[in-house]
Design a binder for this molecule. Sequence first.
Ligand code: AMP
Length: 239
Amino acid sequence: MKEEAMLYEGKAKQLFHTDDPQVLRVQYKDSATAFNGEKRATLAGKGEMNNRISAIFFRYLEENGVANHFIKTLSPLEQLVRKVKIIPLEVVVRNRVAGSLAKRIGIAEGTKLKHPIVEFYYKDDALGDPLLNEDHIAVMDLATPEQVEEMKQIGLQVNDLLQLLMSKLQIILVDFKIEFGLDEEGKLLLADEISPDTCRFWDEDTGEKLDKDRFRRDLGNVVEAYEEIFSRLGGQKHV
Ligand code: AMP
């Protein structure tokens, strides 16, 4: 296959053009970053786990009616996706208090929320990804009110589906972050990745963290935790 030009390089992935203008190739990296890039490491095997776990989640969501950009897995580190224009918002859905929410509202980590919370953050490293409300999003022209509502509804639907899947594997879905893009017809599509880098997963019996908090908080065995998630999902390395 001819090597196509790189479109974008992020902290955890590279995006390449393909022969088809509507299709991109994603290459996952073994790099781990946290705290807006201040903390960095290379973790052998992390890229493959995120590529494979994302593929499982995207396929499952598609089967359950959530349109997304995933097309197929190409290799241990690569997948093909539909090209979209990413909306510069991180949509976070939470079932329990953790991370930045614990700091913001002063309630203990692990506390169950009465109902899921949906939050929007502005994807802007220079500003440190600030929390935005719907008025900020409107005046900044980041998305229309209809798109905000659709992202919220899809976020809650993804939450229901992922909670259902993970609870069968004795895993608590604490919270997660998703991103959306617009395809060439302006249709909203779930995009980016869904993996232990972007979700908080806690073992139901032991409370053990099986996600990127192992890296953020220096808990060790980061890739082993991602492998545990992959294995409980019944993951197979067929390509
Ligand atoms: P926090 O706001 O730090 O509590 O994060 C809430 C959820 O969103 C956690 O599952 C994080 O892993 C995820 N998340 C937040 N920001 C990012 C980001 N920049 N990249 C990936 N995941 C994120």
